[in-house]
Design a protein around this ligand. Structure first.
Ligand code: SAH
Ligand code: MG
Length: 210
């Protein structure tokens, strides 16, 4: 048994119908089964709660799994804005998030995230918590946006920052690999951030805006 399987065994008996509903609905709609790993979903709830976040921003909604995890951690009266390219994905996320009881807390912006981010800036929105989990080539741009829209002390979490190991393979040089290497280097050494990268599963970066 791997240590990851051992850890999963500790939590697997905990039933979670709201998250289970998301996974089943994604499967039924033939959508990609790429919701955040359940362990990292728990970490999203923990970090949102421990940081006292009120206003959160998510980039990449899919079926609403991570949105539910983040909403669970936000302070009472908090809100989450979720950016999603595909209208049908956002509809499914909306239905799953409502079924989980967070319909009043979460709103969606459909279309290219970079476009929605420009709008959020024009509206004067700022955030305490970010979850970056969309097109990998734009991670450095999304980090710039988090620095622009983040309140001091804001937490930035990003999923899949190891690209199934491709970032560590010198033979790989696709645009998304190059972008993710640059993103990870900034998590490690940008003086405006205090960062860490967890290498389990597909990698999770966590940073605090100083
Ligand atoms: N955060 C989700 C999983 C997101 S999967 C969860 O863990 O539950 C990645 C999502 O990003 C997909 O739904 C995809 O449609 C969306 N996406 C991809 N490119 C995007 C873009 N340029 N702007 C906004 N969303 C995008
Ligand atoms: Mg992901």
């Amino acid at each position: 048994m791997s240590v990851e399987q051992y850890v999963e065994g500790l939590f697997s008996t905990r039933e979670d119908p709201d998250l289970e509903r998301v996974l089943v609905s994604i499967r039924e709609h033939g959508m990609p089964e790429i919701s955040v790993h359940p362990s990292y979903g728990r970490l999203l709830t923990l970090l949102a709660g421990a940081s006292g976040a009120v206003n959160a921003l998510e980039i990449g909604a899919l079926g609403g799994y991570s949105a539910i995890c983040i909403a669970r951690g936000l302070q009472p009266g908090g809100s989450l804005i979720s950016l999603e390219l595909k209208e049908d994905f956002a509809q499914l996320a909306r239905s799953n998030v409502s079924a989980a009881g967070f319909g009043g807390m979460v709103s969606w912006r459909i279309g290219e995230a970079l476009h929605s981010l420009t709008e959020l800036e024009a509206e004067g929105k700022t955030f305490d918590f970010f979850f970056i989990d969309a097109d990998k080539g734009n991670y450095p741009n999304y980090l710039d946006w988090a620095l622009k829209l983040g309140n001091p002390g804001a937490i930035v979490v990003a999923d899949n920052t190891l690209l199934k190991g491709r970032v560590a393979d010198p033979a790989k040089d696709s645009p998304s690999v190059l972008a993710m290497r640059s993103f990870n280097e900034r998590i490690a050494s940008d003086p405006r951030l205090q960062g860490v990268i967890l290498p389990a599963y597909d990698g999770l970066a966590i940073a605090r805006i100083l």
